[in-house]
Design a protein around this ligand. Sequence first.
Ligand SMILES: Nc1ncnc2c1ncn2[C@@H]1O[C@H](COP(=O)(O)OP(=O)(O)OP(=O)(O)O)[C@@H](O)[C@H]1O
Length: 224
Amino acid sequence: MISLQHIYFAYERGPYLLKDLDMVIENGDYISVVGENGSGKSTLIKLILGLLSPSSGKAVNTFHHCAYVPQRFETLNSQFPITVYEVLNCYRKVLHIKDKKLIWECLEQMKVADLKDRLIGNLSGGQCQKVMIARALIGNPDLLIFDEPSTGIDVKSQMELYPFIRQLNQKKNITVVTVEHNLKFAIHNSTKMFHIVGGHGHFCSPADYIREYVSDTIGREADV
Ligand SMILES: Nc1ncnc2c1ncn2[C@@H]1O[C@H](COP(=O)(O)OP(=O)(O)OP(=O)(O)O)[C@@H](O)[C@H]1O
């Protein structure tokens, strides 16, 4: 469980971006964090991960291992000559995990074991995202955080990717928090939406989110 209470956050010399924000992430949740560009979604994720500290307020985290799946190539130079296996093996070493078998298990779980010798920079967006999820699974996380998992990925790959994320949540009981611009997938997959407006955040169900914020057209497309 993560509990954020009365969180205020401002970047250096800036105004408060997040104001009196409360958020509870319970075990088993699949939460899509939504809001306009610049509303503070990625900042909230960094606060959850402990990469930023709140200006004031209280944060409690009882998850055992939180893993982060970055936006496509956010942390990766696509020209760097490193294979899929090497990417996972480096992460295994960073986590001081001895068992190399875990690499295979995680690649197989995401159905990308056949890509093990491919250069990471030569993969398609969808393949790369699955490899990055496999990498995150190496630490056996109980919380998985995504930053816009569908960015740079075509619709067909998106349709393949989200069922994997949902399976991890439902079958492996991994709590999922994801920043989403893709409302259709957010509404279809998440159990809760966390909407940031004007620095404040509030939870609502996907159905309520459609009723309150989404036009009839998108609502019908989402078919919730
Ligand atoms: N390191 C930083 N220093 C100063 N300001 C920052 C920093 N990082 C982000 N900001 C500012 O904070 C605001 C919120 O940024 P953030 O990336 O959290 O928003 P977001 O909701 O994730 O946006 P988007 O939907 O465009 O990805 C923006 O105005 C951004 O310019």
